[in-house]
Design a protein around this ligand. Sequence first.
Ligand code: FES
Length: 140
Amino acid sequence: MLYSEKVMDHFRNPRNVGVLPDADGVGQVGNAKCGDIMKIYLKIQDDTVTDVKFETFGCGSAIASSSMATEMIKGQPVSQVMQLTNKAVTEALGGLPAHKIHCSVLAEEAVKSALKDYYDRNHIPYDPKLFPAESCEVHA
Ligand code: FES
């Protein structure tokens, strides 16, 4: 089968869909090639992601990746969330077809972009190298 049970599950019943109007960090990224867009909202208290929501206008793998990513980071300290990789998201989903790996990259970048927004809003210094260019095209 092309897609794992986990991918199908998160695609059919995505977790944490929606918006957080009082988010502490918002990140939006898009893939220039496929045109898909992902937006992540983070609520951060005491250096911990206490709530997270996402809106994804994209393919099933992008929806499953964002759903899984939100589950992986909810309740985690910001330092831990910074370590999130598309590889970890893909593994948690039980794998993705090779031509769908870029969809998981979108999830990693959306989360990082939301963290960057949080740092910027709170004037928290960071190493810009930690935040790649906001287009997953470079990784495709
Ligand atoms: Fe574009 Fe999946 S095909 S994110």
